[in-house]
Write a protein that binds this ligand. Structure first.
Ligand code: AMP
Ligand code: TRP
Length: 334
């Protein structure tokens, strides 16, 4: 049995992109043999400014959405990162293992900091060290992520290798990324060349998992398209990013291939296609929002689930991190 670890930042509301690109795969993974640990990475969220009240609310909301999507606390461990101190303890050790040059090469930091490198928090710079700690604190070896996180996983392997080498041990195992398939990438409803994102300023660009039926229908009706009818072949979607995206979403949500979708809709305008797409999305997404609202209506129950997850996570991570602390020469804690 291997151990799977993944994380999601509790900022904003999870979108259809998060669902099709990540959460749905997590739900599938927990049906397998491996032990699954899913973490709301609130410490990572702090690397950029968060309103304290909003962060608290969004952490609960993300927990509710993950549960509503089918993450089952009796099968998987679901918890918030800050509840298990092992993450921050190991991250500090990794801050002292990773080299400045390694972190300076991280494209996500360069993208996020942009021209503002002197002004962003130091946490944003060492973000990948904390992510490495998240995984290695559990000796997790399988990590489902989007392809934008691959560089961070390579860094996590480099850190583990240097730690093992420096201290003459074989303590941290290699991580194997489980990269989600290209087909699961959902693009913005306003611009088919941009990823659908929970941080996009335009709410019209995305379907939130909490959107009601009316809102979903309206967003799909207004989604950007082009004037041509739907083509017969998938390769004819080249150069039509919006059409390609909507066909991809319809395929992903109905479990069909884009080829099958086009066989059905070839020659049709977007009007009838969008009506069916909206119907399929509503059937899938609206119950998730509904279930999430039920979880949120019982904050005590929700906090209980997270605390129970944190206890189980702590029981795995604490001894591993205590051993890492011993290996580097720290005296035992109390
Ligand atoms: P983020 O929303 O950037 O915190 O990402 C959380 C998880 O959702 C990561 O595994 C991402 O790869 C995945 N994800 C985010 N947006 C999309 C998208 N538009 N399409 C597919 N997967 C996504
Ligand atoms: N950085 C990841 C993202 O933005 C989230 C994350 C934090 C993560 N720690 C992790 C993902 C550990 C996988 C494993 O999507």
């Amino acid at each position: 049995m291997a151990r799977i670890f993944s994380g999601i930042q509790p900022t904003g509301i999870a979108t259809l992109g998060n669902y099709l690109g990540a959460i749905r795969n997590w739900v599938a993974l927990q049906q397998g043999e491996d032990e699954c640990i899913f973490c709301l990475v609130d410490l990572h969220a702090l690397t950029v400014w968060q309103e304290p009240a909003a962060l608290r609310e969004q952490t609960r909301q993300m927990a509710a959405l993950l549960l509503a999507c089918g993450i089952a606390p009796e099968r998987s461990i679901l918890f918030h990162q800050s509840a298990v101190s092992a993450h921050a303890r190991l991250a500090w050790i990794f801050n002292c293992v990773a080299r400045m040059g390694w972190l300076k090469r991280m494209t996500q930091f360069k993208d996020k900091a942009g021209k503002n490198q002197e002004e962003v928090s130091t946490g944003l710079f060492v973000y990948p060290n904390l992510m490495a700690a998240d995984i290695h604190a559990y000796h997790a070896t399988r990590v489902p992520v989007g392809d934008d996180q691959l560089q961070h996983l390579e860094l996590a392997n480099d850190i583990a290798e240097k730690f093992n080498h420096d201290f003459g041990v074989a303590f941290f195992p290699r991580i194997e990324p489980l990269v989600l398939k290209e087909s699961a990438r959902v693009m913005s409803l306003r611009d088919g060349t941009k990823k659908m994102s929970k941080s996009d300023p335009s709410d019209q660009s995305r379907i939130n998992l909490t959107d009601t039926a009316d809102v979903i229908a309206q967003k799909i009706r207004k989604a950007k398209t082009d004037p041509a009818p739907l083509p017969e072949h998938v390769h004819d979607l080249e150069g039509r990013p919006e059409a390609r995206n909507l066909v991809g979403i319809y395929a992903a949500i109905t479990g069909k291939t884009p080829h099958e979708v086009l066989r059905h809709f070839a020659g049709s305008g977007f009007g009838p296609f969008k009506a069916q797409l909206a119907e399929a999305l509503i059937a899938h997404i609206e119950p998730i929002g509904q279930r999430a609202r039920e979880y949120l209506a019982d904050p005590t129950g929700l906090d209980h689930i997270l605390r129970d997850g944190a206890r189980r996570a702590e029981a795995i991570a604490s001894p591993i991190v205590a051993e890492a602390e011993r290996l580097v020469g720290l005296l035992p804690g109390v």
